[in-house]
Design a protein around this ligand. Sequence first.
Ligand code: PLP
Length: 441
Amino acid sequence: MNTKNMLYPHVHPLKPVSYGPDFPIIVRGEGIYIQDTQGKVYLDAISGLWNVSLGYGNPKINEAIINQLDKIAYVNPIQHSNPTTVKFAEQLLNVVPDNIVNVIYTCTGSESTELAIKIARKYNQLKSRPHKNKIATLDLSYHGTYYGSMSISGVDREVSSEYGPNLSGMIFLPTPVKRYPNQANSDSIDEIKEELHNIFNQDGGNIAAVIIEPVLGSGGSIPLTVEYVQLIKKFCRQHDILLVIDEVATGFGRTGKLFGFEHYNIEPDVLCLSKGINNGYLPLGATLISSKIYETFISHNTQIEHLSTQNGNPLACAAGITSLEIINNDKLLKHVTNIGEYLRNEIFNTLQSHKNFSETRGKGLMLGIELVKNKKTYQCLSYQQISELVNKFTQKGLIVYPFFNQPRTTGIHLFPPFILTYEEANKIVKIIKKVFDNTIY
Ligand SMILES: Cc1ncc(COP(=O)(O)O)c(C=O)c1O
């Protein structure tokens, strides 16, 4: 019997394997818009998967890829080097703090965080303290789907347990999400502080790294407070723990600064990058390390055991060079801050009296709209309700993305491209109003 599914011959990520037939099939993209096979046009308010920050079909990035393609499409990264790959690494080092001194290429965000775990553990082995191998991460964090990155993803603990055993030695720290008096898991900031104190006092000597997202993406676009980040910084200093910043979602201008950590007066030991690194046109990521780590590896004359065939691919790096040249621009970053603020305010004003609206949050063009079933109990919406809502937006020609972290927080994200105009922002708000005028749960 032939069981091949030739209608949908590949499995869609994060969907049941049988899923497919009701997907829009996207064939074109220009600016902030995408178009399906039926000719229907959608405003892509999530920039692909949060990565196409400068929009589709950017002529400068297209040209950079084509120019590189005319020279060479691939260079063996072990035995050879290539000027484009080297140039992009130099360019990255020029835009990060002085203590960050080297770049290791990856292909994805999952690989970048995976590598951060490997580096943190080997660093401590080289320091003759192999017991210092635990990784602390936030309980609403997301860092990817490889074994290491999945093991440190707070939001995916239930799902990832189905593939167990995961990596051992993970510690989940409380995320300072807005809590409500009636919520079962309600914690005040003082309780969170106390919990952090207890964890670090008890286990600080065994923790190799703390990894944080400056604004938790999949958690629900939750910006960390300065107070919380400063506390983490203090514990890292106290216990000689590496501070790893996962900038996969927040990096390259998304929060209105080139990197999200710039909002917090901190110096990362490791930076994990991907997504907007090259406008998402080709797979690329990077893990950047500080001089403290670099010098330790040098003094032991040892390598960082990591390779994937496509790491540092010159086509992907050519796109990276041009993307960074465009993004590293104060005027554009200011636009991201201002229009992000405008959009958050407009959405708040539009939805504030809606039964299911809780709050808008985020930074820059990283927006979360938290939705609840009941404003008094702050009970989350169900998975079906959130999915239905996302489908309604799709039907109205607006692409949004769900977050579903029951029982803590549910809602939808907007991550619009940075080229969004105020007219287009108003269009987004209009569609949001239309959908919510006809939807009450
Ligand atoms: C903060 C963060 N880290 C890591 C990842 C994983 O990146 P990738 O999907 O490229 O593997 C993501 C993806 O959404 C992310 O948001």
